[in-house]
Ligand binder design. Structure first.
Ligand code: ATP
Length: 297
């Protein structure tokens, strides 16, 4: 029986800029996205019918789950794909600004591509993934990329030098549409500098990557949820100069170039935030090994 195990990595935004609101209602963005090793695990196995088995009660069950939407999409395009049981172990917090649902969706598509030898290339996978959500094309590839348009146009960037992160997800969620709805781009004078970050990546200058981090959505999320701003301030006061909200929030991360410093900070901050998570940048080898086939044909 054909089976696959997929490691589905979370993403953070090193830079998130919003350029303008478009006529179609979407916002034009420019984001430097980075995969981190905080990950969900997905098992795919042929079965009598499609069904989802998960340890998480906070995500949509069965065919409404993004992982299962990926199964349906692949079966529509490739009839040789059999009914599948998807077992999803969630470690990425839900509705956190870490693309948890998108990476599960991308992971299922990557797993099916390999299980059934479909031979889909990166471009084709990204195009298919974009049918289900703007963050999915990035999650197909990575580990470091520039996302433009609605976030679905992906351009690979030089891989980020090793960075280490401590992430805190508040217990409440924030609605991404509300955060964008509340954003008044034209009133914001200072935008984060995407190009400075790209130069730093080209130069493999970790310190400069850290100092170029920025997220325009903080303006809006902080207004809607002042507790996210309080969390950011408290994480900075705990001893980190590079603290940022990821995506539309509410997760906030502290970033370090030195692993030992990050570990020390992690130990310290866990007293106040027991749910804090440690992560590092995903590298090329980790990406290449994220789908493993097992079982017999
Ligand atoms: P993004 O950063 O892409 O905006 P997010 O990290 O804020 O996403 P997700 O964890 O992807 O948020 O959850 C967004 C919505 O997707 C939630 O309402 C959740 O119920 C739904 N969802 C569907 N499938 C999944 C899944 N497999 N894992 C997590 N959420 C899922």
């Amino acid at each position: 029986m054909k089976q696959a195990k997929v490691t589905a990595y979370a993403k953070i935004n090193l830079v998130l800029d919003v350029l303008r609101k478009r006529e179609d209602g979407y916002h034009e963005v420019a984001m430097v996205m980075q995969a981190i090793d905080l990950a969900d695990t997905i098992h795919l196995q042929e079965a009598q019918r499609n069904w989802l088995h998960t340890d998480n009660k906070h995500i949509p069950p069965n065919m409404n789950n993004l992982a299962m939407k990926a199964v349906t999409l692949m079966q529509q395009h490739f009839p040789q794909v059999a009914p599948l049981q998807v077992t999803l172990q969630k470690k990425i917090p839900v509705a956190a600004g870490l693309a948890g649902g998108s990476t599960d969706c991308a992971g299922v598509m990557l797993g099916i591509n390999k299980m059934y030898n479909l031979g889909l290339g990166q471009d084709e996978l990204e195009r298919l993934g974009a049918e289900l959500g703007s963050d999915i094309p990035f999650c197909m590839g990575g580990p470091t990329a520039l996302a433009t348009g609605r976030g679905e146009k992906i351009e690979a960037l030089p891989h980020c030098p090793d960075l280490f992160f401590v992430l805190v997800k508040p217990s409440f969620g924030v609605s991404t549409p509300k955060v964008y709805g509340n954003l008044r781009v034209a009133e914001i004078k200072e935008h984060p500098d995407v190009n400075r970050c790209i130069h730093a990546l080209k130069a493999q200058n970790a310190e400069q990557v850290l100092t170029s981090m920025g997220n325009l959505l903080e303006h809006s999320t902080f207004e809607l949820q002042p507790d996210v701003k309080k969390l950011k301030d408290s994480m900075a006061a705990a001893g980190c100069n590079h603290v940022l909200m990821s995506g539309s929030g509410p997760t906030v991360f502290a970033a370090f170039a030195e692993e030992a410093q990050a570990q020390q900070y992690y130990q310290k901050i866990r007293n106040e935030y027991p749910g804090a998570m440690f992560a590092r940048t995903v590298n090329q080898k980790m990406l290449e090994e994220r789908v493993a086939l097992y079982g017999t044909d």
